[in-house]
Design a protein around this ligand. Sequence first.
Ligand code: FAD
Length: 301
Amino acid sequence: MLRDLFIGLSENQLLNRAARNYGLQLGAQQVVAGTNITEMMDSVKELNQAGIACTIDNLGEFVYDKSEAIRAKEQILAVVKAIHEQQADAHISLKPSQLGLDIDYEFCREQIKEIAEKASRDDIFVNLDMENYPRLEPTFRLVNELSEEGYTNIGTVIQAYFHRALKDTRAYRDMRMRLVKGAYKESPAVAYQKKQEIDENFIRIIEWHLLHGKFTSIATHDDRIIDHVKRFAAEHDIERDQFEFQMLYGFRKDLQLALAKEGYRFCTYVPFGEDWYGYFMRRLAERPQNMNLMVKQVFNK
Ligand code: FAD
């Protein structure tokens, strides 16, 4: 119930727009690394100093206006430039819908291609985040076409809640892939609904990709899954540079540092920007305990 409510709120365009005018509110500053590049890069440098790599998301999604999509591309290009100039251990995460996927496929592809091109010159990886089911095939198509054009610095995400996840994992074995449980509300016709089924499928695709994939990013805050990966990697002699753990900025900070200290590759997903609202609501949907952030913030004013 609460999950559906927050997912509904995350997709509300009016609230999304209104939130832009108010800066980070409701505790969002604990999970969003500022509203501009300078603030965000300060956090990236701090994480890098602790041995943690970063993937940077210039927040924004569900863009229906070309000029807004072009502005988003310019902002992402500015992030690529900042990573290069500051020699940060960081790469890009972007959402195709922010770059115009819902406006015009070809337009979106050209925008992402421009980013991939600039990033490839500086040896920076670009991950296409996976959004909801209607955007799944178009996102795979983007990745396929860019890779056919010779871009080797791109990858995407497999969401374990989809019935087709293992098939997709096999199809993309040669690409650097992020594996997640999945964050959106999807129909039982295409996605597992029960936590146990999702977790089992998650383990299945992680094991397959660790054994056969190019490079695996395991993005989860779940101790059970993390412990399983550690055991599985040790039992199957999987080198530590073949995979990394990823978590979101501001979540389980102690565990993030501990894994990096233990010698595992670790990458923090660092979101920043004025469009923080939809992202923040989805985090509340995933884990209503995150409401604590919000309540504390409201009462500490
Ligand atoms: P959950 O199933 O939410 O939690 C399992 C258990 O983990 C909990 O019961 C608890 O014991 C522990 N736990 C979880 N969170 C906490 C916490 N904050 N503190 C203490 N214990 C905790 N989704 C997409 O659909 N597309 C994407 O492109 C995408 N990219 C992502 C990138 C990253 C780096 C991450 C971390 C997630 C991404 N997601 C994405 C979201 C993902 O799909 C899940 O919705 C989200 O990660 C929640 O699932 P979980 O595996 O973390 O664990």
